[in-house]
Design a protein around this ligand. Structure first.
Ligand code: AQP
Length: 323
């Protein structure tokens, strides 16, 4: 069962990325699963080249520090395989329809009110489909926000196979039991996000403990005054319960029964998050301090990923008449 997933270096990695995605990858990976930093995706919005390079490195270190073992899974940076990913993207752009891309809600949200929206932002779900399909992934562990893009990848795989012959594996999304959609602590109606302007409700994986505590102690709750797991009517409190449950391997409803007030909920959540992220922060620091070792791990992951996908890309080029 091959797994593939990726993370974009569009900003600083937050608790939602960690609980919704990275931690799942670390907890359950097998030989030749693939996890990568999707730096090509980060060019879909305005970016600074030096910042992009530095963030991509930091994220690669984070995947390893979080527990994705580079001797077992392939851990790499997407642009190391730019020719392979770009080649399949073009083929799939000739499989997808304009209308399908125009329906993507993430594009609509990100393009709203922006000038000079890049065509890459519009076609990015095709690049994501190519990432997944190139490596023959059967499972894609992601947070809830990526479901629509995953559906598109499934549609394109099926359409490609029906048109040209059975070459591509049809993948499926796997979301975590809790914390599949971590909300912004300051505005629990929206998801925690790298690109939200106001960072006060976003816990970053590399935030120092005191800052994590401050952000969680200031989390927006409600006037109900009762700790209950009710995502619709008490989104702020339920979000904290989800985070606490994810970090302690518990159940949000059972935890709600054990906690008497909002102050206790926040204190326990802050403690659990600080302890969960501490080893990751320390591991990232150590890996970034040894650039040669990180380069070597990255090159090794890319080499294995390239070798694993070559036959599939060749088959795609053949059945579509390009070879
Ligand atoms: N709030 C979240 N809760 C749970 N999972 C989340 N993910 C993102 N936000 C949450 C999951 O993290 C993985 C990597 O995400 P990405 O780099 O593809 O970015 P994204 O999904 O577009 O969301 P971000 O991190 O907030 O970035 P921006 O602001 O650039 O859009 C994915 O598996 C995602 O589901």
């Amino acid at each position: 069962m091959t797994q593939f997933s990726g993370i974009q270096p569009t900003g600083l990695t937050h608790l939602g990325n960690y609980l919704g995605a990275i931690r799942q990858w670390a907890a359950r990976h097998h030989r030749d699963d693939l996890f990568c930093v999707v730096d090509l995706h980060a060019m879909t919005i305005r970016h600074n080249p030096n910042v992009l390079r530095a963030r991509a490195r930091e994220q690669l270190a984070m995947l390893i520090a979080a527990g994705v073992n580079p001797d077992i899974a392939c851990v790499f940076t997407q642009s190391d395989l730019i020719q392979e990913h770009a080649a399949l993207t073009w083929v799939l752009e000739c499989v997808v329809s304009y209308g399908e891309l125009a329906r993507m809600t993430q594009f609509k949200d990100k393009a709203k009110g922006q000038d000079g929206v890049r065509a890459g932002l519009f076609t990015y779900p095709v690049l994501m489909a190519a990432d997944i399909l190139l490596h023959g992934a059967e499972e894609v562990p992601v947070g809830e926000d990526q479901r629509q893009h995953l559906e598109l990848a499934r549609t394109l795989a099926k359409r490609f196979n029906a048109t040209y012959g059975e070459v591509l594996t049809v993948p499926r999304a796997v979301t975590p039991r809790v914390a599949a959609r971590v909300a912004d602590l300051a505005a629990p109606e929206r998801k925690m996000s790298k690109s939200s302007g106001d960072q006060s409700g976003t816990v970053l994986v590399l935030d120092p403990p005191e800052l994590i505590r401050r952000k969680i102690m200031r989390a927006v709750t409600d006037q109900v005054g009762e700790v209950r797991y009710a995502p619709e009517s008490q989104p702020g409190v339920s979000n904290l319960l989800d985070i606490l449950a994810a970090c302690t391997n518990g159940e949000p409803r059972a935890l709600a029964e054990q906690i008497s007030g909002y102050a206790e909920l926040k204190e326990r959540t802050a403690e659990a998050v600080i302890e969960e992220l501490r080893p990751v922060r320390e591991g990232v620091r150590e890996l970034l301090a040894d650039p040669a070792e990180l380069d070597q791990l990255r090159a090794h992951g890319a080499e294995r990923a390239r070798a694993g996908c070559a036959h599939r890309l060749e088959a795609v080029l053949k059945v579509t008449g390009l070879r």
